[in-house]
Design a binder for this molecule. Structure first.
Ligand SMILES: [Zn+2]
Length: 540
C-alpha cells in the first residue's frame, strides 16, 4: 500500500528532480543527526524561528508525516530504528531496559546497551555493549562492503551512540558524567578527545551566567507550578554553578560539546576524504534532558532550541569550510510532550499525571494479596511492558496475568491492555504509520524473550510521572503521536527539497541513505524503504 502511495507522490511532486543521468556522485560523508526528544510538534512550532543549521536543513526534503512508528517511544528503541532500517520487533531493542528473569546475576533488569554477562555488573552499573542489537547498522554494512569506510558516533548518551553505530564502530564516544568516554577498548584514542574533555573540565569549573532570551523566548517565560512535589518551571535560563555537571547535561552546553567532538573527529580522521564513504552519527541529548526537566513549552526549551539551531549551523559551516562532500539527515529518537499543568492552561482539558496506583510496584502486591499469591508478582512501571514473576507456578502466573489485565483495563486512565499472546498473534503491520492501530504500534515494539507479559497503554495526555520531586516533570514513551511523530529532514548541498506530505518512518532513513551511497540492500531485508523526494535515487 505504501509503495503505491510513494510512487504516485513521486510522480506528482518530484518532476523537477534531475534525470538519473545527471545524478551527482554519491557524497563522501553521511552525517546523521538525532535530536533526542525533538518532536515534530516542536519542529513545526519553531520552524519559523530557525535561522541557523535547522533553517538550512529545512531547505532540503522535510517529511511532515514522519514517525517512529512503534509504541514504546523511548531513546534506545528509537535510536535502534534510525540506521538499521528496522522496527524494534527486528532490532530487539524494545525499550531502554527490560526484565529478563533468565539472566544469571541478581539484577534481572537488563539495560539495552549493556553486556549483562560481564562479571560484577548491574543494569545501572553496566558494561556498554552493542550485543543486544540484533541487526547490522548502515555503518556495519558500509564497512562490510568497503573496508575503508569509517563508522563514527558521538552522543550525550551511550545507548544512542551504540544503537546508531552498531557492531563495527571505528570510534564511539559518549558522555559519562564529566567527559566523553568510549567502550571501544582497542580503538586508538584520537588527540581531539582529551582536548575536548579538558575544555569541558575548564568550562565546568567556572559558573555559567544565564542565557539572554530572544524576544520570542521572552514570550514563553511564565512560571508554572508543578504537581507531585517538583519545583515550578518555565522561566529557567540555564545559569549554572561551578562544577554542576548535571546542570551542564540538561542545557545547550552538552550539545555544543558533542558537536565540537564530532567536528574534531571529522577533522582528525579526515572523514569524507577517504577512498570510501564514511558515516558520522551524532545524537544530541540536551533537548531530551531539557524536556524532562522543564517540559517543552517554557523559556527553557525555547533557549535550548535557539542554541541547537545555532550550534548545528556552526557545525555544518565547519564541514563546508573543509570542502567535504556530505549529506545530512536530521531526525529524532522520539517526540515528547509538555507538562500537564501547562497543557491544561493551554486548553488540553484532559492532561493529567498518572495515578500512582498504576505502578506495578503498587498493583503487584495488591493483586498478589487478593489472590493469595506470594508477592510482588508484577514488575515494571505504570505502563508499557509489565512482567509476571516466572518463579510462580504456571497456574498462579495465569491467575495474576488475568487479574492484572482486568485491573488495568478497569482503570479510568488506561486506554488499552494487550497480552503477549495477543501481540504475538498480530501480524507485523504493513499500512501507513499514521494509521496504525494501537495493537499494531505495540506489535512493532514486540520481541519475544524481552517483551513483557502484558503491555499497558495509558490514555492520551496522561503523563506517566506522578512524582516530580526527583526532578523529571515531563516525558515520552507513549504510542500517541506527540511521542511518535518526529522531524525527518534530508539535505545535501545543491539539493532543493520541499515539504513532503507522504507518510514516512525513521526505518526509511537507512535504505534511503544506502541508495544515496549506492550500497545495495537486499529486497525485503529491512522494514523501511527508500524514499523518493530526497537526494537519493531509489532503485526500481
Ligand atoms: Zn530519547
Amino acid at each position: 500500500m505504501r509503495k503505491s502511495i510513494l510512487a504516485a507522490a513521486a510522480a506528482a511532486a518530484f518532476l523537477s528532480v534531475p534525470a538519473a543521468a545527471q545524478q551527482p556522485p554519491p557524497p563522501k560523508l553521511l552525517v546523521v543527526i538525532s535530536v533526542d526528544q525533538f518532536s515534530a510538534d516542536l519542529f513545526d512550532e519553531y520552524r519559523p524561528q530557525f535561522t541557523g543549521g535547522l533553517a538550512r536543513l529545512a531547505t532540503g526534503a522535510v517529511f511532515d508525516k514522519a514517525y517512529q512508528s512503534h509504541a514504546n517511544t523511548e531513546t534506545c528503541p528509537g535510536h535502534s530504528t534510525i540506521l538499521t532500517g528496522d522496527h524494534p520487533a527486528r532490532t530487539g531493542i524494545i525499550g531502554n531496559t527490560w526484565f529478563d528473569q533468565s539472566v544469571a546475576r541478581q539484577d534481572k533488569w537488563v539495560y539495552c546497551a549493556e553486556d549483562e554477562k560481564a562479571p560484577g555488573t548491574s543494569s545501572s552499573n553496566y558494561k556498554v555493549s552493542p550485543d543486544h542489537l540484533m541487526v547490522p547498522t548502515l555503518g556495519d554494512l558500509m564497512k562490510a562492503r568497503w573496508p575503508q569506510s569509517r563508522n563514527v558516533a558521538v552522543s550525550g548518551k551511550d545507548r544512542a551512540a551504540v544503537m546508531m553505530s552498531g557492531h563495527k564502530a571505528d570510534q564511539r564516544w559518549y558522555w559519562s558524567g564529566k567527559g566523553f568516554t568510549t567502550d571501544l577498548a582497542s580503538a586508538p584514542v584520537p588527540r581531539v578527545v582529551p582536548k575536548v574533555n579538558a575544555a569541558i573540565a575548564a568550562a565546568l569549573a567556572r559558573p555559567r551566567p544565564p542565557l539572554q532570551p530572544t524576544p520570542f523566548c521572552q514570550t514563553k517565560a511564565r512560571a508554572i507550578p508543578v504537581e507531585g512535589g517538583g519545583k515550578p518551571v518555565g522561566t529557567g535560563q540555564f545559569a549554572r554553578a561551578a562544577g554542576d555537571a548535571n546542570a551542564l547535561r540538561a542545557s545547550p552546553e552538552i550539545d555544543g560539546d558533542t558537536l565540537a567532538l564530532a567536528a574534531g573527529l571529522a577533522d582528525e580522521m579526515q572523514l569524507g576524504r577517504g577512498a570510501a564513504p564514511d558515516v558520522l552519527s551524532v545524537s544530541l541529548s540536551a533537548t531530551d534532558y531539557v524536556g524532562h526537566t522543564y517540559g517543552t513549552e517554557g523559556e527553557e526549551m525555547c533557549l535550548q532550541l535557539t542554541e541547537l539551531d545555532r550550534e548545528i549551523g556552526d557545525f555544518l559551516a565547519l564541514l563546508d569550510s573543509r570542502g567535504i562532500d556530505y549529506a545530512v539527515v536530521l531526525t529524532a529518537d522520539h517526540g515528547g510532550k509538555d507538562i500537564p499543568e501547562r497543557e491544561r492552561l493551554a486548553g488540553v482539558a484532559d492532561a493529567a499525571r498518572a495515578d500512582a496506583g498504576l505502578s506495578a510496584d503498587v498493583m503487584g502486591p495488591k493483586l498478589s494479596t487478593q489472590l493469595g499469591i506470594r508477592g510482588p508478582g508484577l514488575r515494571g512501571g505504570n505502563s508499557g511492558d509489565l512482567y509476571i514473576d516466572d518463579s510462580l507456578s504456571p497456574a498462579d502466573q495465569k491467575r495474576l496475568l488475568d487479574a492484572a489485565v482486568a485491573a488495568y483495563r478497569a482503570h479510568p486512565q488506561v486506554a488499552a491492555v494487550f497480552t503477549a499472546a495477543e501481540i504475538a498473534a498480530s501480524p507485523m503491520p504493513s499500512g501507513r504509520p499514521d494509521q496504525l492501530s494501537l495493537l499494531e504500534r505495540v506489535r512493532e515494539s514486540y520481541y519475544p524473550g524481552r517483551s513483557g507479559d502484558l503491555y499497558v497503554v495509558l490514555k492520551k495526555d496522561i503523563t506517566p510521572i506522578p512524582d516530580t520531586s526527583r526532578g523529571f516533570v515531563a516525558t515520552h514513551g507513549s504510542p500517541w503521536d506527540y511521542d511518535r511523530r518526529v522531524p525527518m529532514l534530508f539535505w545535501r548541498p545543491g539539493f532543493r527539497g520541499a515539504t513532503v506530505q507522504v507518510p514516512a518512518e525513521t526505518v526509511d532513513i537507512m535504505p534511503t541513505l544506502a541508495a544515496l551511497i549506492e550500497l545495495p540492500i537486499a529486497a525485503g531485508s529491512v522494514d523501511g524503504q527508500c524514499l523518493d523526494g530526497t537526494p537519493a535515487f531509489c532503485p526500481r
